[in-house]
Design a protein around this ligand. Structure first.
Ligand SMILES: C[S@@+](CC[C@H](N)C(=O)[O-])C[C@H]1O[C@@H](n2cnc3c(N)ncnc32)[C@H](O)[C@@H]1O
Length: 219
């Protein structure tokens, strides 16, 4: 059984991945709003040839929204869950040769050479909150160094309610950042125009989903 101690390792369990469609369905309308908002932070020209990375891509929902709306986009999907990668590989088939998965545990090691960029945008949804805060700050820096001038890092994620009290075994309480903390990581990494919006509170997780985005300087 996958480790439930944080770091996102529970997503390597097939049983959880089998439940993922049902879990999303409950918040489908809100997720859709967030995905639309992600697009607002990518280049305005939808015919542009762009390269993006989806961090903790799972079965590729966010990447597929980008591929659908940018017919000349290419996506690298980063994940470390075999069952999720298998599911996404089936579900993204219609996008042909416009994507590939890269197996990487974002908790560990150097930033992969294969992700050297430059990328027009780095997107993520419901994944980075599993990393420890110092690793989130590091990731924001690594991404900033690989974006084109003006490129954006857009993280649609869960952020802890600063006033919530968490049980010790609550994995989200262990690793989730508040929006203010996550904003500070981005500011330290040099992002500009940092904004958190499209927010909705998730009672069961004692926090809110929000699209947190910023861009590196244009020049
Ligand atoms: C809740 S799912 C979200 C999937 C997708 N981004 C979406 O919103 O539909 C979280 C995903 O993040 C991945 N993940 C979590 N921690 C990770 C890590 N340390 N390294 C790589 N992937 C990770 C999981 O394997 C899982 O596929």
């Amino acid at each position: 059984m996958a480790d439930l101690g944080g770091g996102g390792y529970h997503w390597q369990a097939k049983e959880l991945v089998d439940d993922w469609d049902e879990m999303q369905r409950r918040v489908e309308a809100e997720r859709e709003k967030g995905f639309r908002r992600i697009l607002d932070h990518l280049p305005a020209d939808r015919s542009a040839t762009i390269r993006i990375v989806d961090m903790g891509a799972g079965d590729g929902k966010v990447a597929s929204v980008v591929l659908e709306n940018y017919p000349n986009a290419y996506a690298v999907l980063v994940d470390f869950s075999g069952p999720m990668i298998a599911k996404g590989t089936r579900e993204l088939r219609s996008y042909g040769g416009r994507w590939h998965y890269l197996y990487w545990d974002m908790n560990e090691g150097e930033f992969p050479e294969e992700l050297d960029g430059p990328f027009d945008g780095v997107v993520s949804s419901a994944a980075i909150h599993h990393l420890k805060n110092d690793r989130k700050a590091w990731l924001a820096q690594q991404i900033a160094a690989r974006l084109v001038p003006g490129g954006s890092f857009i993280n649609y994620d869960l952020f802890r309610d600063p006033d919530a009290v968490f049980d010790e075994e609550d994995i989200h309480g262990r690793t989730c950042a508040t929006i203010d903390e996550a904003t500070a990581f981005m500011r330290s990494a040099g992002y500009e125009g940092i904004l958190a919006d499209t927010r909705f509170y998730v009672e069961t997780q004692k926090g809110e989903m929000a699209v947190l985005a910023g861009h590196v300087p244009a020049r």
